[in-house]
Write a protein that binds this ligand. Structure first.
Ligand SMILES: [Zn+2]
Ligand SMILES: [Zn+2]
Length: 345
């Protein structure tokens, strides 16, 4: 089969590889669309240490069932499906608690951090355990379905954060990249009637407004946290969700919430940050980390199928897998206005 292989750092090549074998509990998926994730782009140069070549990357995919393992029930040839990017064991302490994103034996598709190598979906076929597979409704295209993983990340962050009944109707989203823009929509769908988006890029803020943000602030050219407090009787919002993962945006999130408010941390860029500790303690804020998703796939699919979350404006390009290397290169060089790029084997 055709596969886009990370042969060595900074070198992606189309190669021929054997079709993956499937075990009795696996299915073989014929990949129809696979999104390039920011983590794949970072994986290109080896800086994260989580993608050791040779490796086929890709974990945001959708396709159709091409073969079914002997013990798999409920899925048949030709079914249109997507799958979780996290492969959890289903047996450990955390899996038993339903916290599958925290699984002790967690593996991620298209990642090889050293202890394991899991080839991903930038290929004609990929093998996945049936327990992480979800059927797609007819009204979602494969390209749209490639964004379900990202939607589930946003839905998980909102679920962990709590509802407007706790926090009031105003929520702040810091960062208007892919996950931030989906989080704006997920908050709206969860009943937050006034969502405020903050970013350093006006083009992204314009998209945030289209995605339902009531107010947008550029934190490079204004004091965004002060603007949020002004909108909320001087107090601040009940909830902020941070989708960048660096000192400045996290400080903005902390400065945007009222006393007793909550800050959910989704952004995962800097390994450590400078935290305004006294502001957190004396204002009794709740900081909550949020990682991937656990059980939000069906909800994410439903939100998209009924149009409560729109992903089309976030898809910048759809291209054949054979052009993958050049799209990776454009993303790596931070070409402006590129959001999600989807490759089709
Ligand atoms: Zn991803
Ligand atoms: Zn587990």
């Amino acid at each position: 089969m055709d596969a886009l292989l990370l042969k060595e750092y900074m070198n992606l090549e189309m190669v021929q590889m054997p079709e993956p074998e499937i075990g009795p509990e696996d299915i073989l998926v014929r990949v129809r669309a696979c999104g390039i994730c920011g983590s794949d782009v970072h994986g290109l140069d080896g800086s994260t240490g989580r993608r050791i070549p040779p490796l086929v990357m890709g974990h945001e995919a959708a396709g159709e069932v091409a073969a079914v393992g002997a013990r798999v029930e409920g899925l048949s040839l030709g079914d249109r499906v997507t799958f979780d990017s996290t492969i959890y064991c289903g047996q450990c302490f955390y899996c038993a608690r339903g916290e599958v994103n925290l699984c002790e034996n967690r593996e991620v598709m298209g990642v090889s951090p050293g202890p394991y190598r899991r080839h991903g979906a930038f290929a004609e076929f990929v093998s996945v355990p049936a327990r992480i597979v979800y059927r797609l409704p007819d009204n979602l295209t494969y390209e749209q379905a490639a964004l379900i993983e990202a939607v589930s990340v946003a839905a998980h962050a909102v679920n962990l954060s709590g509802s407007p009944a706790t926090h009031g109707d105003t929520a702040v989203v810091v960062g208007s990249g892919m996950i931030g823009l989906l989080t704006v929509q997920a908050l709206r769908a969860a009943g937050y009637s006034r969502v405020i988006a903050i970013d350093v890029d006006d083009a992204r803020l314009a998209t945030a407004r289209k995605m339902g943000a009531a107010e947008v602030y550029n934190s490079k050219t204004s004091d965004a946290a002060a603007a949020v407090r002004e909108l909320t009787d001087g107090r601040g919002a009940g909830l902020a969700i941070e989708c960048v993962g660096a000192t400045d945006p996290i400080r903005t999130a902390i400065g945007s919430v009222r006393k007793g408010g909550a800050v959910t941390l989704v952004g995962n860029f800097a390994p450590s940050i400078d935290l305004p500790l006294q502001e957190v303690v004396t204002r009794q804020l709740r900081l909550q980390g949020s990682c991937a998703s656990s059980g939000e796939y069906p909800a994410a699919i439903d939100l998209m199928a009924r149009g409560a979350i729109q992903v089309d404006p976030l898809i910048s390009a759809v291209a054949p897998l054979a052009q993958g290397a050049s799209w990776f290169d454009r993303l790596y060089r931070h070409e402006p206005n590129l959001m999600k790029v989807i490759l089709k084997p």
